[in-house]
Design a protein around this ligand. Structure first.
Ligand code: C2E
Ligand code: CA
Ligand code: CA
Length: 588
């Protein structure tokens, strides 16, 4: 060991010992024997041949020889592990140069491989002639083995013995670096994930889960050719590198073979297991030839295979990935928009169709994206719902809408009877304590509860009508008004409509759109209006764009109207002017 040899400084010690030995102190043998490293001394004869003069006990052990068999022999006669061939050039070099020579010596005495570090030191006599060659051997085999073991463990998965992610990465890198894509040489990466592996673990325990993975690894291996690489990335995720494919079809064939092989039921702790895997394929045909790119793309495709129903293969498509990525980017931007106050509330006037006066506004969120311009609510609201951002977004809309109406109420006497309508999404309605949120907004802004109108869509309340009814009841107790939005587009069951404490129905603009031209639409609108009257609900018609539509709506007896004919949703300042103008909207 180098550390140890440094501490005892064997060279110096041995030089001394050797000198002594040469000088005839035979008991130096015992001194040398006690050294923890192998030592040998060759005498250089007059005809310049090397004759072994001394070896120590560690040397004997290292080469499994007895010194009696060796001492006195010339180098050419020593037959231990091709010593002569290996040592002679080194001894010659040290002898001629009169300088120490260090070298590595590797050989194998099965089952072990030996890694030795040697030094040969010429020992000079008084007249500077080399009479002896001293050799010191340090056995580094154990150390090397440990190093290899560490290296192996760093590159392999301990459960299955398969290459791990690091080695897999390396393998891809080595191959793709030398491939010529122009000549049609391609590679593919398959990422495989076991469907419902958690279930196996939970039902049969982790030991059985491990056993399952080992068997699976063997099954996968059997589906591959010799030069394909199978790796375990983590948990129940495996990857395969197909070094050379011509078309993506070659990779698909492998994946088909895997599905077939895995489909066969197999016994795990006496239980018959049916399992499947989802596979994603990426290749250098469509992905960049870097390990990270191939793995990421194959992983993305694998997740698509999962969401697409499992037990299947998906091939990576760049455009689907880009869509997902830009959606992810939009999500990040939306989160930032909310905290950076990029979002704005716009206000669309709601008109009393009997008096022509402004009755209030519907607050609608607007997102002027710094790079993309206005992102339509039809894009960011569903995204906000999917990601849960709708909860803080909805809370933000509530707070700002109530605060703005309070500003108008304070600055314009005619604003005291105006209402503000705020959309509350289904997610927000069920996931957060919407009653508490609303009451705290009312408290903070000082807006009377009766001035706030909450718009709920049919899908929100029909998803779980029992709970929806309870929450609505609590909202009514607060004193706020409730409107059912987009009425006619969902599947409102009449019995529930009766049980909900609603105040308004908002007729969807799909019905209003052709009310003046389409007889059927007009009849539906009439039925809705009759229904609303029967249920004692007030009606708001959405999407009035034409004077003719306005006239029909009015003649049918619908109380409120909203639409581009009157005004689109406008920013706070314009809404402020609208409040101040207090005009008759039916006279345009
Ligand atoms: P919605 O609640 O049905 O809102 C009415 C939509 O109809 C608004 O679209 C409005 O600009 C549009 N509109 C009004 N009059 C007319 C018209 O005459 N013709 C036509 N073609 N369209 C008209 P917008 O602002 O794009 O909002 C779309 C949807 O996004 C809203 O539908 C609502 O469901 C949702 N949304 C907007 N802001 C919020 C919000 O703060 N919270 C929640 N939860 N949802 C919101
Ligand atoms: Ca609405
Ligand atoms: Ca609506």
């Amino acid at each position: 060991m180098p550390g140890q040899s440094e501490r005892i400084n064997p060279a110096e010690m041995l030089m001394e010992a050797a000198h002594e030995a040469m000088a005839g102190f035979f008991d130096s043998q015992s001194l040398i024997d006690n050294l923890p490293i192998s030592v040998f001394v060759f005498e250089v004869t007059k005809d310049e041949r090397y004759r072994l003069a001394l070896v120590n006990r560690v040397f004997e052990r290292l080469f499994t020889v007895r010194r009696e068999e060796l001492i006195g022999n010339y180098l050419s006669e020593i037959k231990i592990v091709s010593t002569a061939d290996y040592l002679r050039p080194q001894l010659d070099l040290a002898y001629r140069s009169k300088k120490e020579v260090a070298f590595e010596w590797q050989f194998s005495t099965p089952p072990n491989e030996r890694h030795l570090t040697c030094q040969v030191i010429p020992v000079l006599n008084g007249s500077s002639d080399v009479r002896h060659m001293l050799g010191i051997i340090t056995d580094r085999s154990a150390e090397k083995r440990a190093e290899r073991h560490v290296l192996y463990n760093a590159l392999h998965d301990s459960l299955t013995g398969l290459p791990n992610r690091v080695l897999f990465h390396d393998k891809i890198e080595q191959t793709t670096e030398t491939q010529s894509f122009t000549e049609g040489q391609h590679s593919a990466v398959l990422v495989l994930n076991v469907d419902r592996f958690q279930l196996i673990n939970e039902s049969f325990g982790h030991v059985a889960g491990d056993e399952f993975l080992i068997t699976l690894a063997a099954k996968l291996k059997a589906c591959l050719r010799g030069k394909d690489t199978l790796a375990r990335l983590n948990g129940d995720e495996f990857a395969i590198f197909l070094e050379s494919i011509e078309t993506i079809g070659d990779a698909v064939k492998v994946s088909d073979r895997i599905h077939q092989a895995i489909k066969k039921p197999y016994l795990l702790s006496g239980n018959e297991i049916h399992c499947s895997v989802s596979i994603g394929i990426a290749s250098t045909i469509s992905s960049l030839p870097h390990p990270e790119d191939l793995l990421r793309d194959a992983d993305f495709a694998m997740h698509q295979a999962k969401t697409g129903g499992k037990a299947r293969t998906e091939i990576y498509q760049r455009h689907t990935h880009q869509q997902a990525r830009s959606l992810f980017q939009l999500e990040t931007d939306l989160r930032r928009a909310l905290t950076d106050e990029q979002l704005k509330l716009y206000y669309q006037p709601i008109i009393n169709m009997k008096t022509g006066k402004l009755s209030g506004f519907e607050a609608l969120a607007r997102w002027p994206h710094p790079e993309r311009g206005f992102v339509p609510p039809s894009e960011f609201i569903p995204l906000a719902e999917e990601t849960g951002i709708i909860v803080p977004l909805g809370q933000w809309a509530l707070m700002n809408a109530c605060r703005d109406l309070q500003i108008w109420r304070r600055s314009h006497p005619e604003a005291s009877n105006l209402s503000i309508s705020v959309n509350v999404s289904g997610i927000q309605f069920t996931r957060s304590d919407v009653v508490k949120d609303i009451s705290s907004v009312l408290q903070e802004t000082g807006l009377p509860a009766g001035r706030l109108r909450i718009e709920l869509t049919e899908s929100t309340v029909m998803g779980n009508p029992e709970i929806a009814a309870q929450i609505q009841k609590r909202l009514k107790d607060l004193g706020v008004e409730l409107a059912l939005d987009d009425f006619g587009t969902g599947y409102s069951s009449l019995s529930y409509l009766q049980r909900f404490p609603l105040d308004y129905l908002k007729v969807d603009r799909a019905f209003v759109n052709h009310i003046d031209t389409n007889k059927e639409n007009r009849e539906i609108a009439e039925i809705i209006i009759l229904l609303a009257k029967a249920l004692d609900l007030k009606l708001v018609a959405e999407g009035i764009e034409e004077p003719a539509q306005r006239d029909v709506i009015k003649s049918l007896g619908c109380e409120y109207g909203q639409g581009f004919l009157f005004s689109k949703a406008v920013p706070f300042d314009e809404a402020d002017e609208i409040v101040a103008a207090d005009k008759d909207w039916l006279k345009i």
